[in-house]
Write a protein that binds this ligand. Sequence first.
Ligand code: FNR
Length: 188
Amino acid sequence: SSYRVGYFVGSLSSTSINRTLSRALINLAPSGLEFTEIPIGDLPLYSPDYDGSYPPEAVALKEAIAASEAVLFVTPEYNRSIPGALKNAIDWASRPWGQNSFDHMPAAVCGASIGQIGTAVAQQSLRGVLSFCNARQMTAPECYVQFTPEVFPGSGEVTDEATRDFLTAFMQEFRIHTERVLTVLPRS
Ligand code: FNR
């Protein structure tokens, strides 16, 4: 069977290395995963004042997550946490109270930075947020990518064999994880 994966790129940069990484992950993914980006850039800042009537961008966000069977986060690290734009999108999706879009959803996290720490601290922060949102996270393998344009020239290529093998295995595990979660917790 095939699974619909909605993916979030945590960066709004037009030259985002995390969007480049997302292309590589999609390119290396096993068959049986279909990817759709869930955009976060046009969302207003969340306020509970919207809970009675979400704006169209936020309705679209919640519909896109509902149309997904699993979610993948590919995010930069900003000041040892996740970018505000991504946190804002998660806050929108988690509300109104009782309509948390991530409840029981299979999820995986990944990210790239220029520095050697490879978004490790941001991912810990994101995992805390997703825990509270009751997403079913893949906890291993972890995926910390130190980005170089030589290894990721764009359009999905990965020139370094060890990195390519690792990212391929990561996506295979994500498919297995998604299948396991959905077997126990089928989405209605
Ligand atoms: C950064 N960067 C960064 N890198 C890192 O490894 N740890 C960090 O805490 C931060 N903090 C941070 C804050 C802000 C506001 C910016 C703009 C950048 C550097 C970051 O890894 C680099 O800009 C990446 O290119 C961001 O990913 P995208 O946007 O290219 O996908």
